[in-house]
Design a binder for this molecule. Structure first.
Ligand code: ADP
Ligand code: TPW
Ligand code: MG
Length: 578
């Protein structure tokens, strides 16, 4: 650092020159690149940075725990296609934020975790600095890229690299390590301004090879029972019009993955959401658009995919994704917007409709399943079961299609995903690739902040507990968030008993807890709802008023099943007592 000051001081006397420092350069670099919101928790060495960023017009949202700030940043990235920024203090704060950074990487969301860190010289000699940790090394395996900036004049380049790494190609999490000393480093203001980089075309279009498009069209044309699967990569791409055109022009039934619901409305005549097992089993050609063949699609093989031979076409920006689980006969590598445009151009004006017996059988199956479900959703049972409560929420989302639905839990997640139809793109945000509990309040806050839309968070009582303290944050920023807790007294069910001793069973919580009072403690609205009618009234009032609201929806503790819909993944001991 002294070198910088010396070289400047040879040019002009100190007093006459305008100076800048690390604090200001980081703020200027963020603003220059349109990164105008930071989610974080203050402390050494970033307290002053947060204040200065706020004074400079950056929105700085202070959370109660870094993990929630990190989840907020990750979903901000998904919603905006700009990296969401999370700011943490060293070691413990950094580690708290790291879970969310890994989550962003796993889910292909662009995010930058910026963390203060302690002095390199002391860390590297392991001399026990305040909050000592080699954060860069710890972050590396969990993110797409990790950088450290040691000199003020490198801030511009450092942030540019972080932005590009986060949003280009397959998006992901990036770690940016800022040692405490950097913030106070002083340099000439003019040279500082020149050192900043406004990133041009951060995520350049990646055009697919023309022959890959032709190959895909040839396979698609030969299909007797084609299926399109839309994943959250397709939602992220914001190529909504192109995707709709492709689906409608091809006439092929489509199946949306959880966070792709609403990309085309769930009530679209070609939607096969309610005929999922049929289309997976019976299809002969499957075109994946921004969806991986991971556990959520049973790796593209096995019982749920049926006996009939299957051919996969895959559209993805990540070449290494191809053949990851099964052979991909037509890989199409590029960004989804460019790939779909090329497919549309190649289809011409006379694309043949898929065989009518296939589309008719899919539609029939779907309509049967929807009809079977309908009466259960209209029940007004007390205590409520999941279906009675979800029937109400389904109607509310239909009437308020621009509201954003956040969803986590086990039964609360799986049943809500199936029951609540989505009508617009990127309105359903949930546990993602890891099925992680704890995204709830971070996602809700970022969704409200980034979009200005009303937010409805449908939360299992366990799921909510992972981020529940952020209700204070919601009240502090007065965000239009309505939280509905499906309170069944525990994880999966509220009825487990421990016969071996006085401790409660491992999956149950305090009976009949009143989560609504947590919201009241911070000045928000709390409601205890015991029937679908009460629930409906309370949610509508919350959505109308925009006031922070928490509704404790009392759910029959016997209604859920172990692990929701994925109980098959749960290993069971054959040696277990009782
Ligand atoms: P889901 O969980 O909904 O099935 P995944 O997260 O498994 O979806 O898959 C998303 C895929 O989308 C990833 O493989 C990612 O590389 C890809 N992807 C993300 N953005 C784009 C884009 N703009 N263009 C093409 N592919 C993308
Ligand atoms: C970070 C394991 C999966 S689902 C769940 C847990 C703890 C809670 C289910 O209970 P909830 O829903 O929310 O009350 P319901 O309606 O079925 O009663 N830690 C993390 N992530 C996961 N997925 C777990 C633990 C889990
Ligand atoms: Mg529960």
């Amino acid at each position: 650092m002294s070198a910088v000051v010396q070289s400047i001081s040879s040019a002009a006397p100190e007093a006459e020159r305008e100076l800048t420092d690390g604090f200001n350069l980081i703020i200027d670099a963020l603003k220059l690149n349109g990164l105008d919101t930071i989610y974080g928790v203050p402390g050494i060495p970033i307290t002053d940075f947060g204040r200065m960023a706020q004074a400079a017009g950056i929105r700085v949202l202070s959370f109660r725990h870094e993990q929630n700030a990190g989840y907020a940043a990750s979903i901000a990235g998904f919603l905006t296609k700009k990296p969401g920024v999370c700011l943490t203090v060293s070691a413990p704060g950094f580690l708290n934020g790291l879970t969310a950074l890994a989550h962003a990487t796993t889910n292909c969301f662009p995010m930058i975790l910026i963390s203060g860190s302690s002095e390199r010289e002391i860390v590297d000699l392991q001399q026990g600095d305040y909050e000592e940790m080699d954060q860069l090394a710890v972050a590396k395996p969990l993110c797409k890229a990790a950088f450290r900036i040691l000199h003020a004049q490198d801030i511009g380049i450092g942030l540019a690299r972080a932005i590009r790494a986060a949003v280009s190609g397959r998006p992901g999490g990036v770690y940016l390590d800022l040692p405490a000393k950097l913030f106070g480093q002083v340099m000439d203001a003019e040279a500082g301004a020149k050192s900043l980089v406004k990133v041009i075309d951060a995520a350049p279009a990646q055009l697919p090879a023309p022959d890959s498009i032709q190959r895909a069209l040839d396979v698609l044309k030969g299909a007797k029972r084609p299926l399109i699967i839309l994943g959250k990569g397709a939602a992220y791409a914001q190529a909504d019009d192109e995707i709709r055109q492709l689906v409608e022009k091809s006439g092929i039934p489509f199946l949306p993955m959880s966070m792709a619901k609403g990309l085309l409305p769930d009530l679209h005549p070609q939607c096969a959401g309610a005929a999922r097992s049929t289309v997976l089993k019976d299809s002969d050609v499957v075109m994946l658009i921004g969806a991986r063949l991971n556990w959520l699609l049973s790796h593209g093989k096995g019982k749920s995919w049926g006996e009939a031979p299957k051919q996969f076409i895959q559209i993805d920006i990540e070449p290494k994704e191809m053949d990851s689980n099964v052979e991909i006969v037509a890989p199409v590598v590029g960004d989804i917007g460019s790939c779909i445009s090329a497919l549309l151009a190649g289809m011409g004006d006379a694309w043949p409709a898929p065989p009518a017996d296939w589309t008719a059988s899919v539609a029939k199956k779907r309509d049967e399943n929807v009809a079977k479900m309908a009466p259960r959703l209209m029940n007004n049972n007390v205590p409520m079961d999941y279906h009675g409560a979800l029937g109400v929420l389904r109607t509310i989302i239909k009437e308020r299609p621009d509201a954003i639905l956040i969803n986590e839990g086990a039964n609360t997640l799986d049943l809500a995903r199936g029951v609540i139809d989505m009508h617009q793109p990127r309105k359903r945000l949930d546990v993602g690739t890891w099925g992680v509990m704890g995204i709830g309040m971070g996602y809700a806050i970022a969704a409200a902040v980034e979009t200005g839309k009303p937010v409805l968070a449908v939360e299992g009582d366990s799921a909510f507990g992972f981020s529940g303290m952020e209700v204070e944050t919601i009240c502090r920023y007065n965000l239009p968030i309505c939280i509905v807790i499906f309170n069944n007294n525990g994880i999966y069910r509220g009825t487990d008993v421990n016969d071996a001793g006085a401790d409660p069973a491992t999956t149950v919580f305090v009976k009949d807890a009143r989560y609504d009072r947590m919201m009241e403690a911070f000045g928000g609205v709390g409601v205890n709802a015991t029937s679908p009618d009460e629930l409906k009234r309370a949610v509508n009032a919350a959505m109308d008023s925009g006031k922070p609201t928490l509704i404790n929806a009392v759910i029959d503790p016997t209604a859920g099943s172990e692990s929701g819909r994925i109980g098959n993944l749960n290993p069971q001991s054959a040696l277990k007592k009782k």
